[in-house]
Design a protein around this ligand. Structure first.
Ligand code: NAP
Length: 302
């Protein structure tokens, strides 16, 4: 179904980005907003605890923001199994509170969610309307956050489900793999989980485009294409010019506390229909990350 999209009304491009000082996505999102002509105030827990409703409301009002972007989340997927209350506070209670404050103050809300709301039993890309069935505390608390937002009855709301982030400023899967590959001859990486890697720089730019086209409701947004964790690792090692071998293993050979979906490729059609943008393939973005952001060529032994 074609989403109802069109240039965002209002004109004042002023944003507050929660998690914008330190987050993997948040920092890059604040930069993308500025590049697109927005005023962007990046805030983190140095400024106030995100769950402190009074402090949040005061900061939001003082900023004059027209849109609040929430990138804060409890993202330690395995640790969340041992800390469900902490995950619930950040992934469910916080977005619910933000939605209620945004409604009261007449501010739009953009919130990020995850492919881990799905169980992975599908074999074609997941659309935003597909049945959810999270397998982990992380996935369940993120889904509860989506529902808390939607229950608040705010009209100007956008929930962006994304997946498998890599990008500058903060360590991530690709960065960790490259550091290991510099030290080891062989890496064994899970090959039976398939998903959509997402370059934060592209995700941020495309998120801003979606907001500017007034996308509302739940959207999926990632880089184009799909692969396994092993495929992503192998491509990163090849692009970086390293000789380390990357060998496939099964999920059963690498047990983790939290279960993960075997297949969580996101269908980006709704985003394409709204913005007219086709996100570029993750393989192209990976090259920009490795050579542009990481300046990996400078780190290779000469
Ligand atoms: N990373 C992924 O692969 C991925 C995949 C799918 C969806 N997502 C979603 O995308 C969004 C952004 O992810 P991300 O990887 O950019 O997140 P992140 O870097 O792990 O964290 C984002 C922000 O949350 C803040 N934060 C974490 N715990 C906090 C706490 N207890 N109190 C206050 N602030 C806290 C962090 O602040 P500090 O730096 O001060 O800790 C950071 O600024 C999240 O909603 C996540 O669920 C991420």
């Amino acid at each position: 179904m074609k989403p109802e999209c069109g240039p965002r009304a209002g004109g004042v491009k002023r944003a507050m980005v929660l998690g914008g000082r330190t987050g993997l996505l948040g920092r890059v999102l604040a930069e993308a907003l500025v590049k697109a002509g927005w005023e962007a105030l990046a805030v983190g827990r140095q400024d106030f605890e995100p769950g402190d409703e009074a402090a949040l409301s005061a900061a939001l009002e003082a900023s004059g923001a027209t849109v609040l972007f929430n990138t804060v989340g409890y993202t330690a997927v395995d640790k969340a199994e041992d800390e469900p209350e902490a995950a619930d506070r950040l992934n469910r209670a916080l977005p619910g509170m933000l939605a209620r404050r945004c409604k009261a103050l007449g501010v739009g809300l953009v919130h990020y969610s995850t492919d881990f709301v799905f169980d992975g039993h599908k074999d074609a890309p997941y659309t935003p309307e597909d049945r959810v069935n999270p397998l982990s505390v992380y996935g369940r608390t993120k889904l509860a956050g989506e529902r808390a937002i939607l229950e608040a009855g705010l009209d100007d709301v956008l929930i962006i489900r994304t997946s498998w982030l890599f990008g500058p400023y903060k360590t991530n899967f690709v960065d960790k793999i490259l550091n290991l590959a510099l030290e080891r001859d062989v890496l064994r990486v899970v090959a039976d989980q398939v998903g959509s890697p997402s370059y934060t720089v592209d995700l941020a730019k495309n998120s801003v485009a979606l907001v500017e086209m007034d996308g509302r409701g739940v959207f999926h947004l990632a880089s184009g294409g799909r692969t396994s964790w092993c495929g992503l690792a192998a491509e990163a090692v090849t692009v970086a010019g390293l000789t380390c071998k990357v060998e496939p293993i099964q999920t059963a050979d690498y047990p983790t506390k939290a279960a993960r979906p075997a297949f969580s490729v996101l269908d980006l059609e709704k985003f394409r229909l709204c913005t007219g943008i086709t996100p570029r393939p993750w393989t192209k973005a990976l090259r920009d990350y490795i050579y542009g952001d990481l300046k990996f060529a400078d780190r290779l032994p000469h």
